[in-house]
Design a protein around this ligand. Structure first.
Ligand code: 4NP
Length: 162
């Protein structure tokens, strides 16, 4: 059976999407589903390609026992073909991703990550913590953790028949 391919996307791929990547990877591993789900993350901007996540994000994640080792990479048009589900952290990320969808074939698989958080309204976003303080990183950690669990439920039900 081929794996379900999941991509998390933000702007820099050094704060929000690598956090979602690491937390979701932990959740998938804990659920015993690592052989069925392939996980990646990337950024719509290329400034940080090859860099480890922002030290403030890594510190927050580490305080919850989550290690972040991903090296930033750029989202490219081919990713729209290769991945089954693409989770954008905010609306602008989704717009930027879809600007690469020249034939308009992939809009349905590019979804807003935080819309999966329990109680989140339509259009809910993970705010960019980059220019803010430590509290912003803590806030992002908790919303991503809550959302990740629901994303896994969604994938189990809709892609893995579980
Ligand atoms: P991210 O945060 O999109 O969550 O990785 C950002 C990281 C870097 C920049 C902006 C947002 N930047 O402008 O360099």
């Amino acid at each position: 059976m081929s794996k379900v391919k999941v991509m998390f996307v933000c702007l820099g791929n050094i704060c929000r999407s690598p956090l979602a990547h690491a937390i979701f990877e932990r959740d998938v591993k804990n659920a015993g589903l690592s052989d069925q789900i392939l996980i990646e993350s990337s950024g719509t901007g290329s400034w940080h390609v090859g860099h480890l996540p922002d030290p403030r994000m890594r510190k927050e994640a580490a305080s919850h026992g989550v290690e972040m080792t991903h090296k930033a990479r750029h989202f490219i048009a081919q990713d729209l073909e290769n991945y089954d589900l693409i989770f954008a952290m905010d609306k602008q990320n989704r717009i930027d991703i879809l600007s690469l969808d020249k034939e308009g074939k992939h809009a349905d698989k590019v979804v807003l990550f935080r819309e999966f958080q329990p109680g989140a309204e339509k259009g809910a976003e993970v705010p960019d913590p980059y220019y803010g303080d430590a509290e912003g990183f803590t806030n992002v950690y908790h919303m991503v953790e809550e959302t990740s669990a629901k994303v896994l439920e969604y994938i189990k039900e809709n892609f893995l028949n579980k």
